[in-house]
Design a protein around this ligand. Sequence first.
Ligand code: GSH
Length: 257
Amino acid sequence: MIILYHLAISHYNEKARWALDIKAVPHERRAVVPGALRFVARRIAGNTTLPALVDTDTGARLGESSAILQYLDQEFPEPRLYPADEQGRDRVLKIERYFDDIAGPAVRGFGYAYLQDFPRVLKARWSPGLSGAQRVVLALMFPVLRRLLPRVFGLTPERTERRGKQILDICTKIESWLQESGCGYLHGDTFTAADLTAVSLLGPLLQPQGSPWGMRSKAAEPGFPPAPFVEYRQEFMRREAAQWAMGIWNRHRGARA
Ligand SMILES: N[C@@H](CCC(=O)N[C@@H](CS)C(=O)NCC(=O)O)C(=O)O
């Protein structure tokens, strides 16, 4: 049996969920309380981040979203996420690494910079999938977790501005890759881990319906979402890269999310 330890709001975790769903792999999802995340990741995969995956049939224990995707591609080859030829595989891995290293932290830091001021929304975003007991733990840890956010993710106004610019540069990169490929995908003429990674990691800004970021929070809070975020998102959504990403989500993720 495959068990995925994850955090619903996390876009890196979305990579693993999407891969499991697209390959129709039977699995169990175990949501983790943000404050317990490092402890769980270390116990499961000797890592400090989620997602983490255990395959009780093979004994595999994996941390790092890319390692999880590669493992799933090897164990459940259809549909393939990495090209069979070595050159294509290396290129997809390189594109995936670009998004993991640059887009993941930029989008997360940008999103938390605005979310940090809205405790009810923040708590609601950290809650999906948690059991009653885990919700109690989250409620107890929440004030400390919230206070730690700026330090953990470096949430200064300067960095938020830099991250906003970085995300628009990422759009430019995507647009040039799409032009190069000419087939509507980042590599070749089929959907690969490169597309899955790009779209997952842009997810918190795309906010597709049915995704963890598209939910209309029951815990609505006055002033949320803040105007500067709304304005930025409008600019982002006008980009060809964002339109492409939304199209990929609708075609390859939508119904299964
Ligand atoms: N390189 C990792 C990054 C995963 C990651 O940063 N996960 C976050 C959730 S968004 C996490 O576990 N953060 C906890 C921490 O850094 O302490 C991957 O691709 O899986």
